[in-house]
Design a protein around this ligand. Structure first.
Ligand code: FAD
Length: 448
């Protein structure tokens, strides 16, 4: 077995999280030797693939499952992605400017949306309320056959859709263009990470052994398994939640259309998205259901799955808590049935009719090959399902678990990790350059 030179940082995982860190380290730090491992043949074949996720740049303006505080955080984090897209000329190729809105159906939801608008317009001054007449004009399908009153809160002129795989590819290209020593190891699966006595890390792959002074694991659910193999994150477990989609046969909408969140449900309500991989045809979803897998459309590694579940009485109590609520129980059951052929479509169309009332089951089909896995983290100590990203960091080792909105927040997480690595390694971070290219521009600014 070959032993390679000492790298300053090793990154495990070539999704949008790993590649955004590669870019950030290469462009804004004086670190020279960086290596990234991806077990498949290209970047972003799993959750960061446009077929796996909803392609939404989550900004927090139309996501009614976010509190004001969370929306503020996500706004700041995701602005780095839109800034990157503008700065590096990716508008129309990586990120797409399209209309977006959240619709409130029925008087209760309308009242809630009006209150939300009053609160959130300070954070998002560009938000507008669109009444039925306006909706009829811009999205007639939303209004056809609708019996209940509806109101929308929406925006125009923003980057709403991002192909996170293309974004990852651009991150890699920009990193390579810095002419630093960047090694990219595709088709190379990391099997073990060990901290040696001298404080460096030994990274073993299926063919070789590498050494690095620091290591960042951005490997989805596997990040937690690596952390636990090194004695970290033992209080966490993973609840793998699958998400599937349905396609309409024709393009029915121009805008991303979100629905109001049911306050009891942990996962985002379904939405309709114009899909950038299918000539902007309308895609509905995602569903949310527990699936015995860590990677969608890849074979199950039972041992890894059991380790990730980390089942004990604390984890079981989180499951029981979720299941004892009737709304959540029905939601879980309904989402599971929606996976079944034929019956699934008949049931799903009822949810989708909240967006397009005249939609019929024959007009939609299960999006075969689409969908991904959310590695939701359970905090065993607090007996709580954590939503959003979880990070473990110690002694130059960082492990990120990044369910939604992880792709939108990728550059922000990378920034945080890069600062931590620079402090640990005694390296410099070019804050001024990062500020001017990544942190400063507001959504809606023109591209360079
Ligand atoms: C249904 C669904 C909808 C979503 N919609 C959105 C959305 O609209 N907007 C948004 O911002 N987020 C969304 N998300 C979340 C988003 O997809 C993730 O936050 C993001 O893709 C995570 O990126 P990542 O790089 O951490 O993980 P991944 O993209 O899964 O990448 C992990 C990489 O690590 C590699 N890897 C794993 N183990 C090893 C190993 N041992 N050695 C080498 N490589 C390894 C894998 O092959 C993979 O390429 C959605 C997720 C789902 C499931």
């Amino acid at each position: 077995m070959l032993v390679n030179k000492l790298f300053e940082t090793a990154i495990i995982g070539g999704g949008v999280a790993g590649t955004s860190l590669l870019f950030t380290l290469a462009r804004y730090t004086d670190l020279k030797d960086i290596i990234i491992f991806e077990k498949y043949e290209e970047v972003s074949l799993l959750n960061s693939n446009p077929k796996a996720n909803s392609q939404t740049l989550h900004v927090g303006d139309i996501e009614t499952n976010y509190t004001y505080e969370k929306a503020k955080r996500v706004k700041k984090a995701s602005s780095m992605v839109s800034n990157f897209i503008h700065h590096f000329g990716g508008v129309g190729e990586i990120g797409f400017v399209r209309d977006k809105m959240v619709i409130a159906v029925g008087s209760d939801e309308i009242e809630k949306l009006k209150r939300r608008y009053e609160l959130f317009k300070t954070l998002y001054p560009y938000l507008e309320l669109w009444d039925e007449a306006k909706l009829k004009q811009i999205e007639p399908k939303l209004m056809e056959g609708r019996k209940e009153p509806v109101l929308a809160m929406g925006a125009t002129g923003q980057i709403t859709t991002v192909d996170f795989k293309k974004l990852s590819e651009r991150f890699v290209q920009e990193a390579i263009d810095t002419e630093k020593n960047i090694q990219i190891r595709y088709n190379e699966e990391v099997t073990r990470i060990v901290r040696l006595e001298d404080g460096t890390y030994e990274i073993t792959t299926d063919t070789t052994r590498f050494n690095a002074r620091s290591v960042v694991v951005n490997a989805g659910a596997y990040s937690l398994l690596f952390a636990q193999s090194m004695g970290y994150g033992l209080d966490y477990a993973i609840l793998p939640i699958g998400g599937s989609f349905f396609f309409t046969k024709e393009k029915l909408l121009n805008a991303k259309v979100y629905t109001m969140q049911h306050p009891k449900l942990p996962f985002a309500a379904i939405h309709a998205d114009p899909d950038c991989t299918q000539e902007w045809c309308t895609r509905f979803g995602p569903t949310a259901f527990a699936l015995p897998k860590l990677e969608r459309y890849h074979s199950l590694h039972l041992r890894d799955f059991i380790s990730a579940l980390n089942l004990d009485k604390d984890v079981t109590s989180v499951y029981m808590d979720l299941l004892k609520d009737k709304t959540i129980r029905n939601y879980i059951l309904r989402n599971a049935v929606e996976e079944l052929p034929w019956l699934g479509r008949e049931l799903f169309v009822k949810d989708a009719q909240k967006i397009i009332p005249t939609l019929r089951a024959e007009e939609i089909g299960f999006a075969e090959g689409y969908g991904g896995m959310r590695p939701q983290v359970i905090d065993k100590k607090q007996q709580k399902l954590l939503l959003g990203e979880t990070r473990i960091a110690d002694s130059g080792a960082i492990f990120n678990m990044t369910p939604s909105p992880g792709a939108s927040s990728s550059l922000s997480i990378a920034y945080q990790d890069a600062l931590a690595l620079c402090a640990y390694l005694g390296a410099a971070f070019d804050e001024e350059k990062h500020l001017s290219e990544i942190q400063n521009r507001e959504q809606g600014a023109g591209s360079k």
